[in-house]
Design a protein around this ligand. Structure first.
Ligand SMILES: [Ca+2]
Ligand SMILES: [Ca+2]
Length: 276
């Protein structure tokens, strides 16, 4: 964690694949007054990634929710191409809220009150909770099966060798790795649900570090993948081991994910979902 500084994180262009089958993975759509001028209309943009962990709960990262302009509204889309939906809705016109409501379903965001925590535990975890009417709207728009969270300490119980032997995948709507241009580095792409295989590197009490080097046939996370899932396959089942939080600045080497099997992640999630 000390060696990485990027406020995470797309899936890189190399070794990536579309993930239309993973309909529980969604985009956080944000309506906000980004220019702090109520006279100009709010912007509507996708901003982060996340995962449905119950029919009425979307898991994402605290840094995707915190520190937004007053009056910011959060919506969730489980569409494969949320950028296309936003473009089509914007072209149709209406108020920012009307544009956003055609793209996603609104919900109420909650983040861990102890975020940003400290180096030992960032508490970078949040959910968007839906009312029963909102959850019904979501289910009517996109069919999905909520992801499976790990049991308490499930990753700690496995040896590093077993964790390294397992298949790890990162998913999200983020942008691609840095491209050098006249104005500096930019991160093209994003807004489409993608996946990539990553490789287990290390675990500590709250983080999992996952390698994404192209030379090793790996892909990885980048800007906008924050809050999205890192799945490990255990006993032929996808387990949502951690959420993408950070990585290296140009998105070439490392994805750092916040573990979901820890006491702190579980205590935050307990009021919202039935934990395994
Ligand atoms: Ca404005
Ligand atoms: Ca490895």
């Amino acid at each position: 964690m000390l060696s990485v500084a990027a406020p995470a994180s797309a899936i890189n262009s190399y070794n990536e694949q579309p993930a239309p089958e993973r309909t529980e993975v969604g985009a956080l759509v944000v309506q906000s007054d980004r220019d702090n001028d109520p006279a100009t209309p709010d912007t509507v943009r996708w901003s982060c990634s996340g995962t449905m962990i119950a029919p009425d709960v979307f898991l994402t990262a605290a840094h995707c929710i915190d520190n937004r302009p007053t009056g910011t509204k959060f919506y969730v889309s489980l569409a494969q191409n949320v950028q296309a939906d936003i473009d089509a809705s914007a072209a149709e016109g209406g108020t920012p809220e009307e544009v956003a409501l055609r793209v996603g379903v609104p919900g109420t965001a909650y983040f861990d009150p102890t975020y940003p925590g400290n180096q030992a535990d960032a508490h970078d975890i949040a959910v968007v909770k839906f009312s029963s009417a909102q959850a019904a709207d979501l289910a009517s728009r996109w069919a999905f099966v909520p992801a499976t969270l790990p049991t308490a300490g499930q990753l700690s119980a496995l040896s590093p060798r077993a964790l390294d032997a397992a298949t790890w995948q990162v998913m999200g709507y983020g942008t691609q790795e840095a491209v050098n241009g006249p104005g500096g580095q930019t991160h093209p792409g994003g807004g489409v649900r993608m996946k990539a295989t990553v490789d287990f590197e290390a675990i500590n009490p709250t983080w999992v570090r996952l390698g994404m080097n192209e030379s090793r046939d790996l892909g990885g996370a980048c800007y906008g993948d924050s809050g999205g899932p890192n799945f490990v396959t255990l006993d032929n089942k996808l387990i949502l081991a951690g959420t993408t939080i950070t990585g290296d600045t140009p998105c070439y080497a490392t994805n750092v994910a916040y573990r979901m099997d820890t006491a702190s992640a579980r205590s935050f999630l307990a009021p919202f979902v039935t934990l395994p």
